[in-house]
Design a protein around this ligand. Structure first.
Ligand code: HEM
Length: 392
């Protein structure tokens, strides 16, 4: 346990380890059975419960969901999100949830989304990568992903604003902003860590390439072509690799809740009324008790069934998309987006991380790379001129 100092509580340990705070808390949770009572400074009323215990996660996010809203502090911290779905609780959340669901369930919505993503990839991503490969220049892939996801979703929601019906203008504005943030930062974070892990695991990358050839009917050197929902569903190894990246680097590493009433958690920890509870998704993705001894390894195979399909893992163990009534509404969409972008890059380019660059985590709400993911890309499948050897 971190030392509980007089007056300052455990804050000094947290500050001391701030540069790698998620790994530090993972270690603390690992050593303490998955749940700790964190003591804040005595005068600040900042005591919190941190947990990475799947039974607690399930209980808080689903079984006793109504006792664990986000609470008013969350609204204050994320003021920019206004009354949008991320910030609100109870009645307003129910309204936002219904509004967002009706948009996502719209018959033509997923089709429009797919079309927009491909257009975005062809008109914005490929030209940038082509120019990088031609010039041999290096760029921040995280920044490229952020711009890409933002552009795609802005266009999407501008087109769809009409579906919000008679709702008040502010609710519409907040809903749009929330969805833009949900789509942009999470998807770009997931893709960034995915390519970071892939650069360190070339065998997995080669398997994804083999799968693309087999499932899309492409031969080495064939021109890249867009594909639809059916083919997307067949890319099991790519799907498994994305899940593995989301497990190790969940874009939303922490989830904040406040207890409405006093309670007892399945781990037997006592919860007082108005206690802050941090559900630690980052730690959960790295716990040997959940994933086995090789929890820290990047191993897409752990997601594949014997038949080659995707194994179903309960959402209170794989918590990257949260669980229960407030689970992510954009999960399906984000997989379409990530698969299209990842497949396009992996098939057409070789991505190499720039040596000597610092690939560290930022301390932000979304798990990002502090200094970006600096890479160089080389075009694959280029017809290279034959090497001519001279004999003197
Ligand atoms: C890899 C990509 C994504 C990840 C990892 C992710 C993860 C999450 C997580 C952890 C939450 C719960 C947040 C909280 O309660 O504080 C959440 C909620 C949500 N996500 Fe996502 N998300 C992703 C992409 C998207 C996309 C693309 C959209 C839609 C454009 C979206 C829409 C939402 C919405 C509307 C909620 C709020 C649900 C509610 O509170 O009822 N997400 N997401």
């Amino acid at each position: 346990m971190p030392i509980n100092w007089p007056l300052l509580g455990m804050t000094p340990s947290l500050l001391w380890n701030f540069s790698h705070v998620h790994d530090y808390m993972t270690d603390v949770l690992r050593r303490n059975g998955g749940t700790i009572m964190y003591k804040g400074p005595w005068f600040a009323n900042m005591d919190m419960i941190f947990t990475s215990d799947p039974a607690n996660y399930h209980y808080i996010s689903s079984t006793n969901f109504h006792n664990y809203p986000k609470g008013p502090d969350f609204r204050e911290i994320f003021d920019i999100l206004g009354d949008g779905i991320f910030n609100c609780d109870s009645k307003l959340w129910e309204l936002q949830h219904k509004t967002t669901m009706s948009l996502f369930n719209d018959a033509g919505f997923l089709m429009l989304l797919e079309k927009t993503i491909w257009k975005n990839v062809e008109e914005e991503l490929i030209p940038v990568l082509e120019s990088m490969s031609e010039q041999g220049s290096q760029r921040d892939l995280q920044d490229i992903f952020k711009r890409l996801t933002f552009d795609g979703f802005t266009r999407e929601y501008e087109d769809k604003t009409g579906s919000f019906g008679n709702n008040h203008e502010k609710v519409i504005k907040d809903t749009l902003l929330n969805l833009l943030i949900a789509g942009r930062d999470t998807t770009s974070s997931a893709l960034t860590w995915f390519f970071y892990l892939l650069a360190k695991n070339p065998v997995a990358e080669a398997k994804i390439r083999r799968e693309l050839h087999a499932q899309l009917g492409l031969k080495e050197g064939d021109k890249w072509k867009s594909f639809g929902a059916k083919e997307l569903g067949q890319l099991a190894y790519l799907h498994a690799s994305l899940c593995e990246a989301l497990r190790l680097f969940p874009p939303v590493p922490l989830n904040h809740k406040v207890s409405h009433e006093a309670d007892t958690l399945p781990s037997s920890h006592q919860v007082r009324k108005n206690s802050i509870i941090i559900l630690h998704s980052y730690a959960m993705g790295r716990m040997e008790t959940i994933w086995g001894e090789d929890a820290l390894d990047f191993k897409p195979e752990r997601w594949l069934s014997k038949q080659g399909g995707i194994k179903q893992v309960p959402s209170y163990k794989f918590t990257a998309f949260h669980a229960g009534p407030r689970a992510c509404l954009g999960k399906k969409m984000s997989f379409i987006h990530m698969k299209v972008v990842a497949a396009t890059i992996i098939y057409n380019y070789q991505v190499k991380m720039v040596e000597g660059h610092s690939f560290t985590q930022s301390g932000s709400v979304i798990l990002q790379m502090k200094y970006g993911l600096m890479v160089k890309v080389t075009k694959r499948n280029e017809v290279k001129p034959p090497l001519i050897s001279f004999t003197l």
